[in-house]
Design a binder for this molecule. Structure first.
Ligand code: PMP
Length: 357
C-alpha cells in the first residue's frame, strides 16, 4: 500500500534480451553470433579509444559534474555553444530529465508510432498521458493531424526521431519549421543523424521550443559506455542542470568520447562505409521474394515479411546465430528490423534467407 498507484500500474521497459543469455539459450558461442538486433556499430569504438581507456589513470576519481571537457569538445563538433549542451547517461537519460522538468501528472506527451518506445515509457514514469498520432502508410508523420492533436490536448512535448526508429525515414526540415510554430516543446531525436543527410541541430537556440538529442552510441560505437547529449535552449537547460544527478556521466565514457571526437574523420569514414553497406543490403533484400524493405537513412532497415510469419523467420535466423529485431505492435505487423553490420554479416544473412526460402 506504500507504492504510488501510477507506478504500481506501470510495466517495466523490456528491451531485447542480453546477447550472452541468447547465446547460451541457442547453444552458439558469442563470437559466432551475428548481432543485428540493436542498431549498434559493428566496428566498435575507434582503436585509439580502446587504447585511451586502457591508459586512463582516473577511474578512482568521481567524474566532473559540470562536464566541462566533454561539452568543450562536443561544442565545435556539433556547432552549438557549451551553454546549450548537457550530457547524459545515454540520450535516454536526457529524455527522462526533460520529462521530469516539463511534464506534470496528466499532462499530455505525443509521439508518432511506430517509433522509439522510451517516449511512452518515460511519459508513464512521470504520470503523464501518452497520446499517439500514428504515421501514414509510408511511415511519414501526418503533420496536420499532429498539429491538431497538440492543440486539442495542449501537449507539453512532442518526440520525433529523425531518422525514425524503426522505420528509418527523416522528418523534412520544412515540417520541423512548421511544428516549431506550435505551442509545445519539440524534441527531435537525432540518434542516427550521422548516417543520414539531414539534421536540425543548427536550429537549436533560434527557437525557444526546440531540443535536439544526439548520442555516441551509434556513430562512435560506444553504446555500452552510455553517453548521449541534448542541445537545449538556455531557458530550459538551467532547470535540467538543477535536477541532474551530479555524477551522471562516468569517467570511462568521458575518455572514450574525447578520443572519439579526435577521430571524427575516421568515424565518419566508417559511417560512410555503413551507409554504402545499407544500400547494398537494401538492394539485395528487394530482390528477395516475400520481403519488402523500407528505404532507410539510419543504420538499420525495416522489412515487411509478406509471406510467412516474421516471428518464425526471426526464430529460424536466431537458430543460425543471426539476431534481428521483430515487432509485435499492430502498426508493424509482421515486420523485422535488420541493423547494419559488416559486409560478411549481410552475406551470411542473405545466404540464410535464400536457404530458408
Ligand atoms: N533515441 C532513439 C531513436 C534510439 O533508437 C535510441 C537507441 N535505441 C536512443 C534514443 C537511445 O540512445 P542512447 O544509447 O544514447 O541512450
Amino acid at each position: 500500500q506504500f507504492v504510488r498507484p501510477d507506478i504500481a500500474a506501470l510495466e517495466a521497459y523490456t528491451p531485447i534480451q542480453p546477447f550472452d543469455v541468447l547465446s547460451e539459450q541457442l547453444g552458439i558461442p558469442i563470437e559466432q553470433i551475428i548481432k543485428l538486433d540493436a542498431n549498434e556499430n559493428p566496428y566498435g569504438p575507434a582503436p585509439s579509444v580502446t587504447e585511451a581507456l586502457r591508459n586512463c589513470p582516473f577511474y578512482a576519481i568521481y567524474p566532473d559534474p559540470d562536464q566541462t571537457r566533454l561539452r568543450r569538445a562536443i561544442s565545435p563538433f556539433i556547432g552549438q555553444p557549451i551553454e546549450r549542451i548537457l550530457c547524459g547517461n545515454g540520450s535516454d537519460e536526457i529524455i527522462d530529465l526533460l520529462m521530469r522538468v516539463l511534464v506534470q501528472p496528466n499532462d499530455v506527451v505525443i509521439a508518432c508510432p511506430p517509433t522509439f518506445g522510451m517516449y511512452s515509457f518515460n511519459t508513464g514514469v512521470v504520470g503523464g498521458r501518452f497520446v499517439a498520432v500514428p504515421r501514414d502508410t509510408n511511415f511519414d508523420v501526418d503533420i496536420e493531424a499532429l498539429a491538431d492533436a497538440v492543440l486539442e490536448h495542449q501537449a507539453k512535448m512532442v518526440f520525433l526521431p529523425s531518422p525514425n526508429n524503426p522505420t528509418g525515414n527523416l522528418l523534412a526540415r520544412e515540417h520541423v519549421l512548421r511544428l516549431l510554430k506550435l505551442p509545445t516543446m519539440l524534441v527531435l531525436d537525432e540518434a542516427y543523424a550521422e548516417f543520414s543527410s539531414g539534421s536540425v541541430a543548427d536550429l537549436v537556440g533560434q527557437h525557444p521550443n526546440l531540443v535536439v538529442l544526439r548520442t555516441f552510441s551509434k556513430w562512435a560505437g560506444l553504446a555500452g559506455l552510455r553517453l548521449g547529449y541534448g542541445l537545449i535552449p538556455e531557458w530550459l537547460i538551467t532547470h535540467l542542470w538543477k535536477i541532474k544527478q551530479p555524477y551522471n556521466t562516468n569517467v570511462a565514457a568521458e575518455v572514450a568520447v574525447l578520443q572519439s571526437l579526435a577521430e571524427t574523420e575516421a568515424l565518419n569514414a566508417r559511417a560512410k562505409i555503413m551507409v554504402a553497406e545499407r544500400e547494398r543490403l537494401f538492394a539485395a533484400l528487394q530482390t528477395i521474394d516475400g520481403l519488402t524493405p523500407f528505404p532507410s537513412q539510419a543504420n538499420f532497415i525495416l522489412c515487411r515479411v509478406e509471406r510467412g510469419d516474421a516471428a518464425q523467420l526471426k526464430a529460424d535466423l536466431a537458430k543460425r546465430g543471426i539476431l534481428l529485431r521483430y515487432y509485435r505492435n499492430p502498426e508493424l505487423a509482421n515486420c523485422i528490423r535488420v541493423s547494419i553490420g559488416l559486409p560478411e554479416h549481410h552475406d551470411a544473412l542473405l545466404a540464410a534467407l535464400a536457404d530458408l526460402g
